[in-house]
Design a protein around this ligand. Structure first.
Ligand SMILES: Nc1ncnc2c1ncn2[C@@H]1O[C@H](COP(=O)(O)OP(=O)(O)OP(=O)(O)O)[C@@H](O)[C@H]1O
Ligand SMILES: [Mg+2]
Length: 252
């Protein structure tokens, strides 16, 4: 089963009256599907439409046209999200909460209680390399990397079947990137399907089974990573993908 199905998805934003009510075409045409068991990289440069697509998947925006399905359902249906974990690009955590309070809050929201909640907090923090000593600190004292790791731990507390991460590695140092990559691989090995966005082809290349590349709201390639990366007839294929990311060329 495909846990994410996106078909002919388009999204335009209406700018305010101060901009003459102009529209911005954020996503012009995206179709992709994320099969169960995939580790799926959603690659594109700044402004490509990745966050717009992910927000639509999470029911935070509505498509202008096309269909978007999460776990086989309309994202507006709360049942679509029960088995989904989500880490947004810019989480707005209440920064007067401590790390522990935040994890307790999100854990309870997903129905975890008592011993089970404590156990899942411990396991998720170990997986995401959240140091136990951070948990008594208020979030406003966290560095970017600490917040990213806590956000990731939050997203896996309830053992979601599908994990959606909007740039889980942004703002992390090389160690942090490696830790997030290892956490994703471990989750994937344990059976979690993962859909995550990134700017960097090499990040996706190392770990993913599937990928899609989107530039200026338009899908360029999609499918199994091995099919996307290799073109036996073209030794420069890999470089061309990099150039597409740098918005320099189009694929023939
Ligand atoms: N609320 C909004 N109102 C108007 N335009 C928007 C809005 N949100 C996004 N956009 C525009 O939509 C386009 C796609 O933005 P989006 O945030 O989806 O890209 P992205 O691929 O996530 O980029 P990044 O890598 O920088 O996070 C951009 O041109 C952006 O300016
Ligand atoms: Mg984004």
């Amino acid at each position: 089963m495909d846990l994410v199905e996106i078909k002919d998805f388009r999204k335009s934003y209406r700018l305010g009256i101060e901009h003459g009510m102009k529209t911005v075409e954020a996503v012009k045409s995206i179709s992709l599907s994320v099969p169960e068991g995939a580790l799926y990289g959603f690659i594109g440069p700044n402004g490509a439409g990745k966050t717009t697509t992910i927000k639509t998947l999470m029911g935070l925006l509505r498509p202008t046209s096309g269909t978007v399905k999460l776990m086989g359902r309309d994202p507006l249906d709360p049942a679509s999200r029960v088995q989904v974990g989500f880490q947004p690009e810019q989480p707005y955590f209440y920064d007067y909460l401590t790390g522990m309070e935040l994890l307790m809050f999100y854990g309870r929201l997903s129905g975890l209680r008592g011993q089970e909640l404590s156990k899942r907090i411990e396991e998720s923090c170990a997986l995401c390399k959240v140091d136990a000593s951070w948990l008594s600190r208020r979030l406003r004292t966290y560095s970017k990397g600490m917040s990213q790791r806590l956000g990731l731990a939050q997203s896996v507390l309830h053992k979601p079947k599908l994990l959606i991460l909007d740039e889980p590695m942004s703002g992390l140092d090389p160690m942090g990137r490696r830790d997030v990559r290892l956490a994703m691989l471990e989750l994937h090995k344990a059976g979690t399907t993962i859909f995550y966005s990134s700017h960097v082809l090499s990040d996706v290349e190392e770990v993913c089974t599937h990928a899609a590349m989107v530039v200026r709201g338009t899908l360029r390639v999609e499918g199994l990573l091995s099919d996307i990366l290799n073109d036996p007839a073209d030794p420069d294929h890999r470089q061309k993908l990099e150039d597409i990311l740098a918005r320099e060329v189009e694929l023939a």
